[in-house]
Design a protein around this ligand. Structure first.
Ligand code: MN
Length: 204
């Protein structure tokens, strides 16, 4: 079978792009061909980029301006990169149009939810005081719902995963269903009904 080409989004750090090496290494290990993508809001370029890949990986490591989901910025929001968010939103909308598969990891999952019409808790500790710890790379248990695509991957109803997030899904976008959660009901994974979108809150 022909190897799938996976486009990976990047952070914009001044004059440079930055993304974790682990993304490309794990894609190669899993039998895919990774490409780190330039972040652009040029529609023609973005459209050609999406046509050139089989699937899109939206990576983590940033907060999204709450203005994108109709809220004012609280003091818990980390420095924002608006150009990255705008570029990723454009890539997601083109990937949806061209029926490409999209995987969102951590902050990438949160952005996917916003792109499809959902909202976020700006800070778990502030918004859900009795939630378990989700930040600083702790590990916690998730419950995986039978009948989901995620369940097909894991073949079990629970797993231990890492956790590096201070935000979480608040209102889930309407095309999505929850495929895993923690005991405090934080959404840890979602997917859409036609198998084109998967979001995971941990770093696989
Ligand atoms: Mn978590």
């Amino acid at each position: 079978m022909k190897k799938k080409i996976i486009g990976i989004t990047c952070d914009i750090k001044g004059k440079f792009y930055e993304s974790e090496i682990a993304y490309s290494e794990m894609i190669i290990k899993s039998g895919g061909i990774p490409f780190y993508l330039p972040m652009t809001t040029d529609k023609y370029a973005a459209s050609k980029i999406i046509s050139s890949i089989d699937s899109l990986l939206i990576t983590g490591s940033r907060d999204i301006d709450p203005a994108f989901y109709g809220e004012r910025k609280s003091k818990f929001i980390n420095p924002l990169d608006k150009n990255r968010t705008l570029s990723e939103l454009l890539l997601i909308s083109l990937a949806r149009k061209k029926k490409k598969k999209i995987l969102g990891i951590c902050g990438g999952m949160q952005l996917l939810n916003v792109a499809l019409g959902g909202t976020l808790h700006q800070d778990i500790k502030f918004n859900i005081p009795d939630a378990i710890k989700h930040s600083d790379g702790v590990t916690h248990k998730i419950k995986i719902f039978p009948g989901t695509f995620l369940y097909k991957l894991f073949k079990k109803t629970s797993a231990q995963v890492n956790s590096y997030h201070h935000q979480s899904i608040n209102i889930l976008a309407s095309p999505l269903i929850v495929s895993a959660e923690t005991k405090d009901h934080i959404v840890e994974a979602f997917e859409d009904k036609n198998g084109k979108v998967l979001g995971v809150q941990w770093h696989p």
